[in-house]
Write a protein that binds this ligand. Structure first.
Ligand SMILES: Cc1cc2nc3c(=O)[nH]c(=O)nc-3n(C[C@H](O)[C@H](O)[C@H](O)COP(=O)(O)O)c2cc1C
Length: 393
């Protein structure tokens, strides 16, 4: 299995096995529509010719919006606005999927201006907020929102959708025993905690039809006490595959532990900008702790992928620390993954897939400093903010 060999996801043919993993762009209008900056970002990525590009997470309803310049999939207005972006990507031979999300308890309360919705009232230790427990009606409506958003993605010409069920956002919040303390049909045991995701999947599938690829990104491990672990996530992944999911990207971590998701440097100076001393001390020490116990290494979720893969009958996408041709090919050849995905390296070097294919480079120059993560968290536009003299963490 070679990196630059074709692969098929739910009937969609990809030119190679390299994926651009989702990264929040923060370039939308205040209505969540793509702008010239969005189009520019995707044009540069498409020129690098990865097999598949996954957009940053687009909210399915304004109650699930995390950032003021996040893209939305909540209104039909997005359909015409995304079409030219999608067309540009196609002209370069790549494919593009829209990632859809509801932010749940991880929406920023100050920016969103609405009550935070979550499975249970578990405080958010980053934004110091307390969400409200969703009613059954709100849950049902939100499931419908996911379906409608997916339908819009298909109409806009996207090649696939990816359901964001990772990183502590609403779906992931339902899956995690830490944040889902419900005792009704939406929580109480692993089966009921996974019901929200399976219902979202079924609704999305019926909205887009059987001939349109539906993927998911899901935590294999929350990496927090009482969180989701492989004992529960692996069987769920296999169940989703049996229900008709077309591909699964595995990840880990949540807002309270972001360095599990994007391992590497601790962007404390950026995160602490404008904050008072006790808060700065709190964030600096938390980030230092996370960084120490979760150091960066290449392909850092590969061991989980290798354990899950033999039982998973659909393509597995490995993300997290993919940084070299050799490492990427080793993940494919060892049978741990069917595709490899990169986020930070392609923000820095959108033409990296092409450079790798042509043999002009064999490593990413991204040092995983996480300054991009810090800047978007502060509301900045997605870009590489790596200092020229920064070393690998
Ligand atoms: C700036 C930034 C924005 C991100 N936005 C998203 C997102 O919108 N959706 C998502 O699923 N993951 C998001 N992630 C996580 C990445 O997709 C990826 O899982 C993680 O960074 C590890 O991959 P990497 O080592 O190739 O960067 C983001 C990461 C960064 C650094």
């Amino acid at each position: 299995m070679e990196l630059f060999e074709k692969v098929n996801i739910g009937g969609l043919s990809l030119a190679n096995r390299l994926v651009k993993s989702a990264t929040l762009e923060n370039t939308a209008t205040s209505d969540g529509l793509p702008t010239r900056q969005t189009a520019h970002f995707y044009k540069r990525l498409a020129r690098g010719e990865p097999g598949l590009i996954i957009t940053g997470y687009a909210y399915v309803h304004p109650s699930g919006r995390s950032y003021p310049f996040q893209h939305g999939a909540d209104s039909d207005a997005m359909i015409e606005c995304w079409r030219p972006v999608v067309d540009t990507v196609h002209e370069h031979g790549s494919r593009i999927a829209l990632q859809i999300v509801h932010g749940g308890r991880q929406c920023r309360p100050d920016r969103n201006g609405q009550t935070l919705l979550a499975p249970s009232r578990i405080p958010n230790l980053v934004y110091f907020s307390l969400p409200r427990k969703m009613t059954s009606d709100e849950i049902t409506r939100t499931i419908r929102d996911f379906g409608e958003a997916a339908g819009r993605a298909r109409e806009a010409g996207f090649d696939a959708v990816q359901i964001h069920a990772a990183h502590g956002y609403l779906i992931s919040g339902f899956l995690s025993p830490l944040t889902n303390r419900r005792r009704d049909e939406w929580g109480g045991d692993p089966e009921r905690r996974s019901r929200f995701l399976t219902e979202v999947f079924r609704t999305v599938r019926s909205a887009v039809g059987d001939d349109f690829p539906v993927m998911a990104k899901m935590n294999i491990h929350d990496f927090v006490p009482f969180g989701l672990t492989p004992a529960r996530s692996f069987p769920l992944a296999c169940r989703l595959a049996r229900l008709g999911l077309d591909a699964l990207e595995i990840s880990g971590g949540l807002l309270e532990n972001p360095l599990a998701m994007s391992r590497g440097g601790a962007p404390s100076a950026i995160i602490n900008r404008g904050k008072r001393l006790p808060v700065r001390a709190y964030f600096s020490s938390c980030l230092a702790f996370m960084r120490f116990f979760q150091p960066f290494r290449e392909n850092y979720f590969q061991e989980y992928a290798a354990r899950l893969k033999p039982d998973l009958p659909i393509p597995l996408i490995l993300v997290g620390g993919v940084r070299s041709v050799h490492g990427a090919e080793q993940a494919l050849l060892s049978g741990a993954a069917d595709l490899v995905s990169m986020a930070r390296p392609l923000v820095r070097e959108p033409d990296l897939p092409k450079k790798w294919r042509e043999g002009a480079a064999d490593r990413a120059s991204c040092t995983s400093c996480n300054r991009c993560l810090g800047e978007i968290e502060q509301g900045g536009r997605l870009a590489c903010y790596q200092k020229t003299d920064s070393r690998r963490p």
